[in-house]
Design a protein around this ligand. Structure first.
Ligand code: SAM
Length: 339
């Protein structure tokens, strides 16, 4: 099976109104409810079957990068861009993607290695990757831990809701001449890293046998409560870049379930998620944000930042003027500890 033939099984329906779930948000006022209603109505409007908002966003997306810096970096401009992002999140249908990269977010990978080492018992750490797509993230974590802590053994689980995509992950065979899963998966690797991770034959790249060993692959829905019984509690759970493609209510419910996989004192890594949703759940459940490399990790996956504000999946710039910025912009949390 080629990657291009993988059917996009996982499609999500229309987006519902995002909850005004910012930290400290109490009951929304009548004015803010009316505003939200208005924004939603505008975002969903169609003229002759086409969305004028979609057109407006595309036009803005083309023109905005040409705006002079003093204008685009001003506070009013930022407020306008936040409004655009809100429209983007409301407007188009969200669609699940398989997009991924090897060594996607280096500062985040480095932090995972440090936390994994700190959580190890008798030289073993339990680590699960949810929504693993074609396996690039799984092999990247495995390779990074082996490179930084060669004596650490990883008891690793990887799961995805798509059987076809998981089979590709399990085989660990890729080609450099295709933009597989619509993202150039090798673009963040140096030549040395490619040599160290893969056996190469022409345009065919196969993950080295030692990197594939001992990974438990599983087809499952991350929000299925039975996943906890199947995998057992974990020291580190990585749930990156799939929640942003869900409707906010669905993403929130899924995130709460995913958190049950983390053993007390363990870590949850969750980026590529609506920041309002993540902040709400983190505050509700008393997660401790990890400050280590927070800013580097925030900007560590260029695609997410470059896409802002036009992509519903994109990530807003880190704003330290917000009183809640540490919890809002952390993507790594310790669970089950008092702060
Ligand atoms: C955009 S890819 C992210 C890949 C990788 N985590 C990364 O960050 O590069 C999203 C993956 O999540 C999977 N997925 C979506 N919903 C899921 C769910 N409820 N449970 C498990 N996997 C899911 C999709 O099939 C897809 O392969």
């Amino acid at each position: 099976m080629t990657l291009e033939s993988v059917p996009s099984k996982v499609r999500r329906g229309r987006l519902e109104l995002a909850n005004p779930t910012g930290p400290g948000a109490g009951e929304p006022s009548r004015l803010s409810r009316a505003f939200s209603f208005g924004i939603r109505a505008i975002a969903r409007a169609k003229i002759l079957g086409k969305s004028p908002v979609g057109f407006y966003l595309r036009l803005n997306g083309a023109l905005w990068p040409r705006a002079p810096r003093f204008l685009s970096a001003s506070r009013p401009a930022l407020a306008y861009l936040h409004l655009m992002h809100r429209l983007a999140r409301l407007g188009p249908d969200r669609r699940m993607s398989f997009g991924t990269f090897f060594l996607r977010n280096r500062p985040q990978l480095q932090l995972i290695c440090r936390l994994a080492e700190g959580r190890a018992r008798a030289g073993v750490v339990r680590l699960a990757v949810l929504g693993c797509s074609i396996g690039a993230e799984v092999y990247s974590i495995r390779w990074s831990i082996a490179s930084t802590h060669p004596d650490l053994r990883v008891d690793m689980h990887a799961l995805d809701i798509s059987e076809e995509i998981l089979e590709v992950a399990r085989q660990g065979v890729y080609r450099d001449d295709t933009r597989v899963v619509e993202t150039p998966i090798f673009e963040r690797l140096t030549e040395d890293e490619l040599d160290s991770m893969f056996d190469k034959d022409g345009s065919r790249f196969e993950v080295k046998p030692w990197l594939k060993e001992g990974i438990h692959w599983r087809v499952a829905d991350a929000s299925d409560p039975r996943v906890v019984d199947a995998l057992g509690l974990q020291d580190v759970v990585v749930a990156n870049d799939f929640l942003c493609h869900m409707q906010p209510a669905e993403a929130e419910a899924c995130l709460r379930k995913v958190a049950r996989l983390v053993d007390a004192g363990g870590y949850l890594v969750v980026s590529g998620v609506d920041v309002d949703v993540r902040t709400k759940v983190a505050i509700d459940l008393g997660w401790k944000p990890i400050r280590d490399s927070l800013e580097e990790i925030h900007d560590g996956d260029p695609v997410l930042r470059w896409g802002w504000p036009w992509g519903y999946w994109s990530l807003e710039p880190l704003d330290k003027a917000r009183p809640d910025w540490q919890v809002r912009y952390a993507s790594v949390f310790q669970l089950g500890v008092t702060k």
